[in-house]
Write a protein that binds this ligand. Structure first.
Ligand code: FES
Ligand code: FES
Length: 157
């Protein structure tokens, strides 16, 4: 079947089998930030935005994205770079495999709730697993990023 979607602002069409996962579709189009982790909807590494809402691309068929907008970290360079720098500053990045999923979901959280407290951040990111760290570095990085945004007057953008 022919699937057409807008991937990171670019119209893409590809013949795929009906059971092709969105994860495989976007990676075949070069979106390698989308990681193949558990493939059982448990780790958050494969998060993409489907029409601006985060979904786990390992559990969504590519056909569901027909005619819709799909965004990966490659399409969110500015936000990803800024937030990623704060997380790296806290030494949270070890192997870095979980980072794209964390950043995607943090961006989504901040779009829904521009000024979350720590409990809200932990709750929203509970589905993002990291095999290397205790999550404290990521949390410090996100809190520092929020503080920077507030001081720079970027909150709520
Ligand atoms: S690979 Fe999709 S949730 Fe883990
Ligand atoms: S830093 Fe390695 S999985 Fe999170």
């Amino acid at each position: 079947m022919l699937i057409t979607m807008e991937l990171n602002g670019r119209r893409v069409s590809r013949e795929v089998s009906p059971d092709t996962l969105l994860l495989d579709f976007v990676r075949a189009e070069g979106a390698f930030s989308v990681k193949r982790g558990c493939e059982t909807s448990n780790c958050g590494l494969c998060t993409v935005f489907l029409n601006e809402h985060p979904v786990l691309s390992c559990s969504v068929l590519a056909a569901r994205a027909e005619g819709r907008r799909v965004t990966t970290l490659e399409g969110l360079q500015k936000e990803a770079k800024e937030l990623g720098a704060f997380i790296a500053d806290q030494g949270a990045e070890q192997c870095g495999f979980c980072n794209p999923g964390f950043i995607m979901n943090t961006i989504s959280l901040l779009r829904e709730h521009p000024n979350p407290d720590e409990a809200e951040i932990r709750s929203y990111l509970a589905g993002n697993l990291c095999r290397c760290s205790g999550y404290e570095g990521q949390m410090r990085g996100i809190v520092a990023y929020l503080k920077w945004r507030e001081e720079a007057g970027h909150s709520g953008e």
